[in-house]
Design a protein around this ligand. Sequence first.
Ligand SMILES: [Zn+2]
Length: 337
Amino acid sequence: MTGSLAIGVDAGGTKVVGLLVDVKADGKILDRRLVETPATDADAATRTIVAVARELMAGNDVTALGVGAAGLVDLGGVMRFAPNVAWREYPLAERIGQAVGLPTLVDNDANVAAWGEYRFGAGRGSNDMLLVTVGTGIGGGIVAGGRLFRGAHGFAGEIGHIIVEPNGPLCGCGNLGCWEQVASGRAIGRLGKEAAREHPESLLARLAGGDADHLTGAVVTAAAQQDDAVAIRILAEVGRRLGEGIAGLVNILDPDVVVVGGGVITAGDLLLGPARQAYIGAVEAPDHRPDVPIVAAAMGNDAGAVGAADLAVMETTGPHAVARPGSRQPAPFSEER
Ligand SMILES: [Zn+2]
């Protein structure tokens, strides 16, 4: 019989958040830790995760550890490439697992967030769910038939890098016009800067303190919430691009719900309203298919760590444990700082 306590860690580019979670009590969070990420040093970043996990383990009967981190994580828990931390071809699950002595699962941050929302949040009761996380970029996680869909190598769900505008804005991945360049917080910020220069009298420009270069997506949302027509138009434009992209993904995946999370969700229906409208206009044969609700995520920033904890218990322990292909033998891991 597996215990119900697990640790979930969200290892971001600026901070590591660790949660002690009761996975059998609706993912209830019992304790939490937050530490800055030493992002430029791969081993130091790993040691930070280990330290956070050990603190949360102390005095508790913990069953497993799950970690979510941005990047390409293979099925053996090797971080092939992390955009924000210096992990390259790095056996993250093995190193953390050896150091903490717990069954350890490492997966992509959006995958574990999808699992969290599916189990305990806005996707509860669904069987086939798509999570679209819209922050600076766009991430995705897919639950298909009640299971996290990872693809052949673990890299499925990287939905932000579909090219939707050839010769569009340059993306961090090296391509031009990826979806995340036209439908994310970055797009809201870029359009906001352009608009503030064009309309210096607008509330948007005034909220930016007359400095269009430093205008962010959050300023656009704040202006839109105060009925600034320019800002509302920007959110509607980005929402339209978001909804069109979701329509394409619904054509492929046929989910029963689409959950939209990430920082831009603070814009609420100013973004999701136009997204829903564009979705209906773009999805194949909308009159001949059940409605697919496009809803806001429910768990905020905790979805990833809670999902990682639950996934770790499910996949590394008990009767449903998944045999994972072994990763390459890691070099000895130094505990010294
Ligand atoms: Zn890209």
